[in-house]
Design a protein around this ligand. Structure first.
Ligand code: PFF
Length: 459
């Protein structure tokens, strides 16, 4: 098995590997989706289930993706072609690339909204509108506008495109190293802001006290979907990234670091949002509008006395969301760009253009499903919900299942151990439990939860 194909790009440093992978993981999923799911799933109870899924199910998938990517040094589809020629395993790669297009399309819509809110808060519009503004109405008016959100979507996709087109070291690694530290610093500042607000204690309690009565099968399924989405696993995104890892990269340690950073950011985002929300007495389960409707109210209400602080808080929050979205969208774009470039022998630049155009079209469909195409449904869902559902409830769990089965049961055990130990040069004390997770716990866990989704009699 070829371990080195020098004509492909590669990450230049271990820090680059961690920051790029963590950049993929840390995204709207942590700051926008996680608090929404926590709000709906009863706070701490959801977080507990989520943590179990991160370490028992999603991390084994991540390590499996690393093994596949680094041993094949190929894109998500090419990897299965190389490791299992003419075998049906390639379906896992195909689902991943399809998922890459779908996820980038609907994700960029929300990222476009974020860009709009960043611009509005920079111009002081969010905070300066004065009392009596109905942010819910303003949000609905904006997202249902036929063209405005599409312009923001296009600008966001262009930013993503520019990074990916520059390649691995000059684009993805360089910008991850710039954006991730900025993101982490902003989070710490915002947690500080949020915890000093009056009434913040209720929000903290909501995050830390489990209410098990809120746990329903949907909450459990939601927690698994969220764990997979948050760690970017199941679509071959990390197969693609790890195909650029060096021989020295420690796969298990890197995966642990990424899981820890991602979980920290998700929980800290909860600590930014819930104390803030509770401090003004708004219900925490406001759904996806949480960061676009509830928070602007908070920014306005709480800081009407201290305009400068309010201005900075709002601006920093949306910049944080934007940075997070960008480091993740880059990785989704890379799944598709790497595939097109390698499979059709096209240059990175032209492959990136193709991906950007396809996602702009699909993303526009998603955006329109909040406005003029509200009534256009496929299987009873608008395009945005359809893409979200297909990726998070279907492609990711199924992809994760196939990936762990592939590494646990199909791949040569020697190759797996070689990858985990870097050809025997580092001891991996957790090898046995890790293989147990990959072979048994993750596939069975995913299967049970997934089947329950299809035939809800299991729970
Ligand atoms: N992990 C990202 C987030 O939490 O926002 C989302 C994501 C990135 C999903 C990359 C899938 C993917 F391939």
């Amino acid at each position: 098995m070829s371990l080195g194909n020098t004509s492909r790009g590669s990450f230049g440093s271990q820090l680059g590997v961690i920051l790029a992978s963590a950049g993929s993981a840390v995204g709207l999923g942590n700051i926008w989706r996680f608090p929404t799911e926590v709000g709906r799933g009863g706070g701490a109870a959801f977080i507990l289930i989520y943590l179990c899924f991160i370490f028992l199910l999603a991390m084994p998938v991540m390590i499996s993706e690393f093994i596949i990517g680094r041993s094949s040094r190929s894109n998500a589809i090419g990897a299965f072609q190389k490791l299992a020629p003419r075998k049906p395993w390639i379906v896992a790669g195909m689902m991943g690339v399809l998922g890459g297009f779908l996820v980038l399309s609907f994700y960029s819509v929300v990222a476009g909204w974020t860009l709009h809110y960043t611009v509005s808060s920079a111009l002081g519009q969010l905070q300066g509108q004065g009392k009596g503004v109905d942010f819910g109405q303003a949000f609905n008016l904006f997202v249902s506008n036929p063209w405005q959100p599409i312009v923001y979507l296009a600008v966001f996709l262009l930013l993503t495109h520019l990074v990916v087109a520059r390649g691995i070291q000059g684009g993805i690694e360089r910008y991850s190293k710039l954006m991730m530290p900025m993101l982490l610093i902003i989070i710490v500042i915002l947690v500080g802001f949020s915890l000093t607000m009056s009434g913040a204690a209720d929000g903290v309690r909501f995050l830390l006290q489990p209410d098990l009565s809120e746990v329903t099968p949907e909450v459990v399924l939601g927690a698994m979907g969220q764990a997979f989405f948050s760690l970017s696993v199941g679509l071959g995104c990390l197969v693609t990234y790890s195909s650029y890892f060096s021989k020295e990269t420690r796969l298990v340690k890197s995966a642990m670091n990424v899981c820890i950073i991602d979980t920290m950011v998700a929980v800290l985002s909860g600590f930014i949002i819930f104390p803030t929300v509770f401090s003004v007495g708004i219900a925490p389960d406001a759904g996806p509008g949480l960061v676009f409707i509830t928070l602007p109210n908070v920014f306005l209400l709480t800081f009407s006395e201290m305009p400068i602080v309010g201005y900075i808080f709002a601006l920093l929050f949306y910049v944080l969301l934007l940075l997070a979205a960008l480091t993740s969208s880059i990785s989704m774009h890379e799944i598709c760009t790497a595939f097109i470039s390698e499979h059709f022998s096209k240059s990175r630049r032209s492959s990136a253009v193709i991906v950007t155009i396809i996602c702009l079209v699909l993303g526009s469909f998603c955006s329109l499903s909040f406005g003029p195409w509200k009534d256009v449904t496929v299987f009873g869902k608008g395009f945005f919900d359809l893409f979200d559902f297909t990726v998070t409830k279907f492609l990711m769990p199924l992809g994760g299942l196939l990936i762990t089965l592939f590494v646990g049961w199909y791949l040569d055990r020697k190759l797996v151990e070689q990858q985990l130990t870097n050809d025997g040069s580092i001891p991996v004390r957790t090898m046995k439990p890790l293989l147990f997770l990959i072979r048994w716990v993750a596939p069975i866990g995913i299967l049970v939860i997934f089947l329950n989704e299809l035939f809800p009699i299991f729970m």
